[in-house]
Design a protein around this ligand. Structure first.
Ligand code: FCB
Length: 439
């Protein structure tokens, strides 16, 4: 029988929370929010299926926070929307936007939850598109200014804050693979953004610290690189994947350098003075967030630009994203961050969860057995790492609600709580009930 009784084996001070992000839940048609690169991308590539209404969290946020509290979670990870706060330009604040986050934070605090805000979860204001988006270094400076404003106006209501969510997605997935906004497919664009998004992180750390003594982190996604075979070519391909996907971001942030294997292909696309930026990028952090979902099976594949690999389908049990269940990968990365970088830095698992074809019964029940199993398997790994002495401090399930899953629109459901997109009704799923029972 699947259940989450494992939750009871965790130490009392270990924090369980849920995560969301602004564009995926808020509904940017409300509250004079500005448009972002995702609205444009959705118009061009997704038949206009965008975050205009999403879960209408703007209207239902109090109910949503109450759900988190009632389940027994202790923390809530969410993101601020840059275009909601600065919809038109970099100077005129939308007071409605700021006021929304003010009320949201008050509600979180009143419910005795710890807020874990993120400054950037992919909704770059659309005006930056014409200026080159993240390919333009100036965007990094504007991001630092926006970060400062957040700290100045709202910073007395939270201690912990993350700069960037998943820099690999912002850069490689969006500028090399073209799967996310702005949908580019260019190695030079990807490399420029792989650097600039890290610089934006570093400048934001400086800006935040110049205003207040925050506890600052960054959220990195990691995917386990499994070679397709023991053939040297596949093994080398997996190393290249690992270098670009995982090492690039962790090495620069924790060691102030870029990994050699990726550099062989990417260095010529980096800005000439990139090394001086690495000092800004590698400033000490107070904590790190790890998002983990699955592994990738990497096969050698000859490509003109030297990115000689492709990801192929594996044969393990899969989620509705077709992502394999591979909980061992989580242990692998938690150990790796701890061993290879900084054995003292507090680690939070800031996202983990699965998309599932939930069974909605007529009696207002939503069955998601597989999701319960997925959480159970990953929590076993987390507990293993805790027992090894890795300074793990918390775990956030992705996600509180079914929501806008980027280029998959509303089809993929990751929530612990089911959302009916016609009337915004929330129905806690069985997985949610399991969390509440054992928390
Ligand atoms: C992560 C994103 C999050 C969500 C999950 C499924 O990469 O941070 O917004 O889309 O994947």
């Amino acid at each position: 029988m699947n259940n989450l009784s494992i939750l009871q084996s965790f130490p009392k001070d270990f924090i369980f929370g849920v995560a969301t992000s602004a564009y995926q839940i808020e509904g940017n048609n409300f509250g004079e929010c500005g448009k972002s690169i995702w609205d444009e991308f959705a118009k061009q590539n997704l038949n206009g299926v965008d975050g205009s209404y999403a879960c209408n969290h703007i209207q239902y946020f109090k109910d949503d926070i109450k759900l988190i509290k009632d389940a027994g979670f202790k923390a809530y990870r969410f993101s601020f929307s840059w275009p909601r706060i600065f919809p038109n330009d970099d100077n005129s604040i939308n007071t409605k936007g700021l006021d929304f986050y003010d009320r949201l934070l008050d509600e979180i605090l009143e419910c005795n939850l710890e807020p874990f805000p993120t400054l950037y979860h992919w909704d770059l204001p659309i005006r930056f598109n014409q200026l080159g988006g993240w390919e333009n270094k100036d965007t990094c400076k504007r991001f630092a200014d926006y970060s400062y404003t957040i700290s100045e106006k709202l910073g007395d209501k939270f201690q912990k804050i993350a700069t960037i969510n998943e820099p690999w997605c912002v850069s490689w997935l969006s500028h090399y693979l073209g799967e996310h906004a702005p949908g580019k497919k260019s190695l030079s664009s990807a490399t420029a953004t792989m650097h600039n998004i890290l610089l934006a992180h570093g400048l934001a750390v400086q800006a935040l610290r110049s205003n207040r003594n925050h506890q600052i982190g960054v959220v990195l996604n990691n995917e386990y690189p499994e070679p397709y075979s023991q053939d040297t070519k596949d093994i080398e391909a997996a190393k290249l994947f690992d270098s670009i996907y995982n090492y690039w971001f962790a090495d620069s942030i924790f060691k102030g350098s870029y990994p050699k294997i990726a550099m062989e292909l990417l260095s010529s696309h980096l800005p000439s003075n990139y090394e001086s930026d690495l000092k800004i990028i590698s400033q000490g952090l107070d904590w790190v967030g790890i998002n983990y979902y699955t592994r990738s099976i990497i096969k050698y594949y000859k490509s003109d630009d030297g990115i000689n690999y492709e990801c192929v389908r594996g044969n393990l049990k899969k989620t509705d994203m077709d992502w394999e269940f591979f909980p061992e990968g989580l242990t692998y990365f938690l150990r790796r961050i701890n061993n290879e970088y900084n054995s003292k830095i507090p680690i939070y698992i800031t996202e983990n969860g699965m998309a599932n074809r939930d069974l909605v019964s007529s009696k207002n029940k939503v069955f998601d057995e597989d999701r319960i199993e997925y959480f159970q398997l990953h929590l076993i790994e987390v507990l293993k790492c805790l027992n090894e002495g890795i300074p793990l401090k918390g775990y956030f399930a992705w996600s509180l609600l079914d929501n806008y899953e980027w280029s998959f629109g509303y089809e993929k459901r990751f929530g612990l709580v089911h959302v009916n997109y016609k009337n915004y009704k929330r129905t806690p799923k069985e997985s949610f009930k399991q969390f509440s029972k054992y928390l």
